[in-house]
Design a protein around this ligand. Structure first.
Ligand SMILES: [Zn+2]
Length: 402
């Protein structure tokens, strides 16, 4: 493992001006662990869709260009060589096998090709690798629920791969049961899972990954109904670091070093997810390490359209409102009509109207959200905002597509 990581770092430092500036020679694990962390902002500033950007190691031909969702601010661009795209697909094929998909299945791929593009291509290729029958569905957004449900009812898939939110809408539109289900691209709450499993008559398996890194983790049968995943250690090297000290930890934030990608190397990339290492061996017998996904790292600000709002701005705006406490939470959701931010304040004796007036008085840009119905303010009683097991109350919870 160390040899391939050292070789990756040497290649990146030699061919990418960005890494030439930021990396130091890697002769030991200590050298590697002291390298700087690569952030999403680094990708935004040093990689462009036209193949320019000093993080890239050379010409980008023989690759595909994908971007992260635009709802979470500026897009991150990722150049992924075809050989690496095939590894993403192999990871998805493994996830499908573990989900119970076989060559006898007719598998509907309903990742939206206009949204989760890389996932759609990966699922397409994975079904081919499985030797199963492919039903290439999925529409560009917005989703035409009626048409998709009609198609699925007619084509009668025996298995389906989808983002959970898409599947929920199709279920609400009358989707008939499907025996095998694999979901990815979003987190899945226990309530949503229960709703989906009841409606579909199937246990849902998950796959963990993202646009930047590709497929990261798969779920065997023993890990279903948990947030645990087997890490695809052949493709990625994963570190878990303490968010404060940056030191290796059993629980903390995940960093990914992609072992194969060369056009746009990812070295100690900060994915933005909180994870925990699971040391007990998995009952399935797979020799791949297991991590448990605990959620997203707290975001620093909410971006909806052209408007951004940080937690600190909210604190400043409501500081002098009587009866409003320290605890609040901004929840960003993707609704049918667009993104919405709901801000919950804990307090007694203050009305939502008073808080709204204070907030809009201090942050006039929020009026655009308010006018569009995208800003909701509620005052709840003390203790009503849930606390995590670690005793934290995230001030921003972004529930949109990552
Ligand atoms: Zn397992």
């Amino acid at each position: 493992m160390f040899g391939s990581i050292a070789a990756l770092c040497a290649y990146a430092a030699e061919h990418s001006p960005f890494y030439a500036r930021t990396l130091r020679p890697v002769r030991s694990w200590d050298d590697f662990y002291s390298l700087p962390i690569l952030t999403g902002d680094d990708l935004r500033r040093h990689v462009n869709a036209d193949g320019t950007g000093d993080l890239l190691t050379g010409p980008t031909r023989g690759s595909l260009v994908v971007s992260t969702s635009a709802t979470s601010g500026a897009r991150k661009i990722v150049h992924r060589e075809f050989a690496d795209q095939h590894r993403v697909s192999e990871g998805l094929a493994m996830a499908m096998r573990l989900a119970g998909f076989t060559a006898d299945d007719r598998i509907a791929n309903i990742f939206p090709p206009g949204g989760l593009l890389a996932a759609w291509i990966g699922a397409h290729e994975a079904i081919e690798k499985l030797g199963a029958t492919l039903l290439p569905l999925g529409t560009t957004l917005p989703l035409d629920v009626d048409e998709q449900v009609k198609l699925l009812t007619c084509l009668r898939p025996t298995a389906i791969i989808s983002a959970p939110s898409t599947l929920v809408r199709l279920i609400e539109g009358g989707l008939p049961p499907i025996p095998s289900v694999l979901c990815g691209g979003e987190t899945l709450s226990p309530e949503t899972r229960a709703f989906m499993e009841k409606a579909l008559g199937a246990e849902i398996a998950l796959v963990y990954g993202n646009v930047e890194c590709g497929t990261l983790g798969v779920q065997c049968e023993a890990l279903r109904r948990t947030q645990r995943y087997h890490v695809l250690a052949r493709d990625v090297f994963i570190e878990i670091v303490d968010p404060v000290s940056g030191m290796p930890a059993n629980e903390g934030e995940i960093l990914v070093t992609h072992l194969h990608r060369r056009i746009q190397p990812l070295i100690r990339y900060h994915v933005g997810d909180r994870v925990r290492r699971v040391d007990s061996p998995c009952g399935c017998g797979l020799a791949l390490p297991v991590i448990e996904l605990e959620g997203r790292v707290e975001e620093l600000e909410v971006v909806i359209g052209d408007v951004s709002l940080s937690a600190d701005q909210v604190v400043a705006a409501v500081r002098d409102v009587p009866g409003i406490g320290e605890r609040f939470q901004m929840r960003v959701q993707c609704l049918n009509k667009g993104d919405q931010v709901k801000i919950l304040f804990e307090g007694e004796g203050a009305s939502a109207e008073t808080v709204r007036a204070a907030l809009l008085g201090r942050e006039p840009a929020l009026r655009a959200l308010e006018d569009g119905g995208a800003l909701v303010i509620e005052v709840v009683k003390r203790g009503a905002i849930p606390t995590t097991l670690a005793g934290k109350t995230p001030r921003i919870v972004d529930e949109r597509l990552g």
